[in-house]
Design a protein around this ligand. Structure first.
Ligand SMILES: [Ca+2]
Length: 442
């Protein structure tokens, strides 16, 4: 079996990046480049920007779990060694197959151990013990436009108190091509949602078909974090990423427990500013294809898909008060984009790692490993590339350097990462319809 995606698929994938030449980029993605290992981010991180004094890979004593975290607390191993990728061999273990264009996987935090796979065309499937439950948990296919490669049902997040209130949130492209974030409730059957329970939380017009981002996640603050792409096309023609008056190209932070359908948290950074939408937590994002909070530290990792050359991962410490500007489209990664040289980088938060299109073409953000099965993986951020199937670890040394190491090549696309309740990490392949678990070879 080919280890590479069909070129036809890659041409579609190029939409993720807005590349000018799909053929050229397909060639790049098909090039099996050898990456020096480990790679250290070439960019000095402006630590002064961060209000939190960072403590490398063992920062958990500073974290105070809140009651809104998921139901299964992960015990903190004692005497865990600092993460060291040397000699560590990761593998992908098949869990389920036959999924229809999966783009996400998550869990309900309700103690049932079920995984919920998001299928692009508009369904959510339960995987229990490696078996895909036949009737979908939710089927909103009639509401969803998935004809564009980056359109569809794209995100799912369960309420932190799902066990008590049965609420969950989805992000999809509606029939008009616009983004809808909606709330649903489970039915009396715990394996079936009530399709008639929908309440629209937020609608965002999309000027182009691509860069819909689509991820949803609850933070340790109990708020819903919504990442929006820049509206699409290529090169952010409308300048949305830097425009504080629009929601596109931003990370939003919403209180979905107060107000109807939501309230702006009073400590959002731009509350009271007439020139900013108050929902905005941070700006300067292009297409944040997956972000996650470290369930132990509360730190936020945002992967942002690049325009044509540089894929990046951004780090925001848990103590951030928000207001970061992640740079797009002033910069792509750590490189000036508009203008192409001599750009003003003042006040920008640069990524902690980036890689060129020699190694892929569309970053997929993952999770910091906090599972129980592989202590040697504890504290490492796992992420990958959609096009090349490369999977990396990223961690911060005690000296404050971010180190990225390629750990494996999946042999297929990596469309999304997810965690189960115990903190084990999974990936899904859109083109292969696979759900796989990340394991450490003995
Ligand atoms: Ca950036």
């Amino acid at each position: 079996m080919s280890h590479y995606l069909p070129v036809a698929c890659l041409c579609l994938l190029m939409l993720l990046t807005g590349c000018q030449s799909a053929r050229q980029d397909a060639k790049v993605a098909l090039t099996q480049a050898t990456e020096p290992s480990p790679i250290v981010s070439p960019t000095p991180v402006d630590v002064s920007h961060f209000p939190l004094v960072l403590k490398g890979v063992t920062p958990w004593p500073s974290f105070t779990p809140t009651p809104t975290l998921t139901a299964t607390p992960t015990p903190v191993p004692t005497a865990t060694p600092a993460f060291d990728p040397a000699g560590l061999h990761l593998r992908l273990e098949p869990v389920a197959s036959g999924l229809a264009s999966p783009v996400g996987v998550t869990q309900a935090g309700d103690g049932t151990g079920r995984l919920f796979v998001v299928e692009k065309r508009g369904t959510i499937r339960i995987v229990r013990g490696g078996t895909v439950v036949a009737p979908p948990f939710l089927d909103i296919t009639p509401l969803v436009r998935s004809s564009g490669f980056e359109q569809g049902l794209l995100g799912l997040a369960f309420h932190p108190r799902y066990r008590d209130n049965g609420l969950f949130f989805v992000n999809y492209t509606n029939r008009d091509g616009n983004t809808v974030i909606a709330r649903y409730r489970v039915s009396s059957n715990s394996d079936r949602a009530d399709p008639d329970s929908a309440v629209t939380v937020l609608g965002v017009d999309q000027p182009y078909s691509n860069h819909n981002a689509g991820h949803l996640a609850f933070g340790p603050d109990g708020y819903l974090w919504v990442g929006l792409g820049d509206g699409g096309s290529g090169g952010d023609p409308r300048g949305n990423g830097q425009n504080p008056a629009v929601l596109l190209g931003k990370m939003l932070r919403l209180d979905v427990d107060s107000g109807e359908p939501y309230r702006v948290p009073p400590d959002n950074p731009f509350v009271g500013r007439t020139d900013y939408r108050p929902e905005i937590w941070a700006r300067g994002l292009r297409n944040p294809w997956r972000y996650s909070f470290d369930r132990v530290t509360g730190d936020l990792y945002i992967a942002d898909v690049g325009q044509g050359e540089w894929e990046e991962v951004n780090f925001t410490p848990a103590a951030s008060r928000g207001g970061e500007n992640y740079g797009w489209k002033i910069m792509e990664g750590t490189h000036c984009y508009s203008p192409s040289s001599g750009c003003n980088t003042a006040g920008l938060t640069l990524p902690v790692t980036e890689y060129s299109h020699d190694f892929g073409c569309s970053v997929t953000g993952g999770y910091v490993y906090r599972g129980r099965l592989y202590p040697h993986l504890w504290g490492a951020y796992l992420f990958g590339d959609f096009c090349s199937g490369r999977l990396w670890t990223l961690y911060r040394t005690a000296e404050g350097r971010w180190v990225r190491t390629e750990m494996l090549q999946a042999g297929h696309d990596i469309a999304a990462f997810g965690e189960d309740e115990a903190g084990e990490v999974y990936i899904v392949s859109l083109n292969q319809g696979l759900l796989e678990r990340v394991t450490v070879a003995p």
